[in-house]
Design a protein around this ligand. Structure first.
Ligand code: ATP
Length: 459
């Protein structure tokens, strides 16, 4: 039995757990770390892969109107001229005249420095794009930029996709990948960093249908976070008022999450009209438009852009899953991660290291690993091993005991309820896969469990 006590999730606890258990480490830590850069360890990399994979499944795999793309990080410098980034991708920066700390003006609540109360310099606009040089000569003709978003790769490939995959409107292009922004201030762990990963969709539609599609994508994206387990009360839509929109945009809503430091943007969904395609057509001299066979019209499509951050999503999923509970008279920390996101789906725990038991447990481990990420842990007491798995959010622990050798059965312990069931070893993979999918079970007379076939399959 667990006794739940509401726990205030603070960032320190999340940072400490993720570091201790191998989710996230400071970058180049042995040299003192590099400000705002983080390395994802063995569990962190699985969490991120699961987030990206679930996004890809929902956005690309399960739809017939979206295709994927992977463009290079370095692009022709004219891309950033046409997109407006070279001129306008700036934040106002101020310096404190007393303690010389640097701040983003639009994030300050008062005219005085929050660190020492000093006065600020006049704001200067600071371009957030990272510059580097292409080739051996470091002069102004060799300057290239690390992309600050993945979106432009999709706009400049609009025609390539249209011609090679014969798409009809509406259709989308999706991409995941690293982006770089030389943020003036970074803070709150992986919430705002200078190197991060994005998951972006550019969904092209016929002008006039854009508002409907915008509303559709706002709903669909909000729902994605809920279906992956984020609590409804921790999600909120922020609708940008018309006067705050970029001059070309017709609408923008952010999916925000109630992080330990307050509400923050997880994803922005924008109706960017035909601005980007028109800008690139003008600057490149290559028309980026669409011919509608049915109406015989030629026009530039509008685009709806849901743009999400992998790292921010990871932080939100971790914060939302974190819990502290009294379980069997002991405090346990548990990550109630959605099974689809959990880095490890199961862990095999032999009750003893004795050879005859270990060999059975290793067979179970080898069989499960063919289908999912699984751990093997034979150190310390079983109680401590369960706690370790709870802390990293493993949905199922599979215990192999001496009886298993005789009766061919193992015990599955559920992370959230801590209930245990005994199941036949030979159907273990099938049972865990079904459990991970949330499918029901039927009790078998022998004490084992059998997966109930879905109604459609059993007909
Ligand atoms: P913010 O207002 O927080 O700076 P933004 O509105 O500039 O964000 P977008 O340009 O809309 O962000 O980027 C889309 C998504 O990319 C964001 O919702 C966020 O999840 C992610 N993202 C943007 N900048 C960063 C960053 N510096 N670190 C981590 N993730 C980021």
């Amino acid at each position: 039995m667990t006794e739940h006590m509401p726990v205030k999730v603070d960032m320190e606890k999340i940072m400490s757990l993720t570091r201790r258990r191998g989710f996230i480490f400071p970058s180049s830590e042995i040299y003192g770390g590099l400000n705002s850069c983080w390395d994802y360890g063995p569990l962190g990399v699985e969490l991120k892969r699961n987030i990206k994979q679930n996004w890809w499944k929902t956005i690309v795999q399960e739809r017939d109107d979206v295709v994927g793309l992977d463009t290079s990080i370095l692009m022709h410098p004219k891309v950033w001229e046409a997109s407006g980034h070279l001129q306008g991708f700036c934040d106002p920066m101020v310096d404190c005249k007393s303690c010389h700390t640097r701040w983003r003006k639009d994030e300050l609540e008062s005219d005085k420095c929050p660190s020492c109360g000093g006065d600020f310099t006049e704001p200067r606009m600071f371009n957030l794009m990272f510059k580097t040089f292409m080739g051996p000569v470091e002069d102004s003709t060799a300057i290239v930029y690390l992309r600050p978003e993945t979106a432009q790769g999709m706009f400049v490939n609009f025609d390539n996709i249209l011609n090679s995959s014969h798409r009809r409107l509406p259709f989308g292009i999706a991409q995941q990948g690293k982006s770089f922004r030389n943020e003036i201030t970074t803070s709150n762990f992986i919430f705002r960093t200078r190197e991060f990963e994005q998951m972006e969709l550019e969904f092209f539609v016929k002008p006039g249908t854009d508002e409907e599609w915008f509303n559709y994508w706002v709903g669909a994206r909000l729902n994605w976070y809920k279906t992956l387990g984020i609590k409804e009360e921790n999600l909120k839509l922020h609708v940008h008022p018309k006067e705050d929109l970029a001059h070309y945009a017709r609408g923008c809503s952010d999916v925000t999450y109630n992080f330990p430091m307050g509400w923050g943007e997880l994803e922005g969904i924008a109706n960017r009209t035909d601005f980007d395609l028109k800008q690139h057509a003008k600057a490149s001299g290559k028309p980026l438009d669409y011919f509608d066979d049915e109406t015989k019209e030629r026009f530039v499509p509008y685009v709806i852009e849901p743009s999400a951050g992998v790292d921010r999503s990871a932080l939100a999923f971790l914060c939302d899953a974190y819990d502290e509970e009294m379980a069997e008279g002991e405090m346990r920390v548990v990550l109630h991660l959605h099974p689809a996101l959990a880095p490890m789906k199961a862990t095999v725990l032999p009750l003893s290291k004795k050879e005859n038991l270990a060999s059975v447990a290793k067979q179970v481990y080898a069989e499960l690993r063919k289908n999912m990420m699984v751990m093997y842990d034979d150190t310390q007491s079983i109680g401590r091993r369960y706690r370790r798995q709870d802390e990293i959010g493993t949905p199922y622990c599979v215990t192999v005991d001496f009886q298993s050798i005789d009766d061919g059965q193992v015990t599955i312990r559920d992370r959230d309820s801590m209930n245990q069931i005994r199941v036949p070893m030979k159907s273990l993979t099938e049972i865990i896969i079904a459990k991970l999918r949330g499918e029901p079970f039927l009790e078998l007379p022998c004490g084992g469990q059998k997966v109930v076939k879905k109604a459609a399959e059993s007909k």
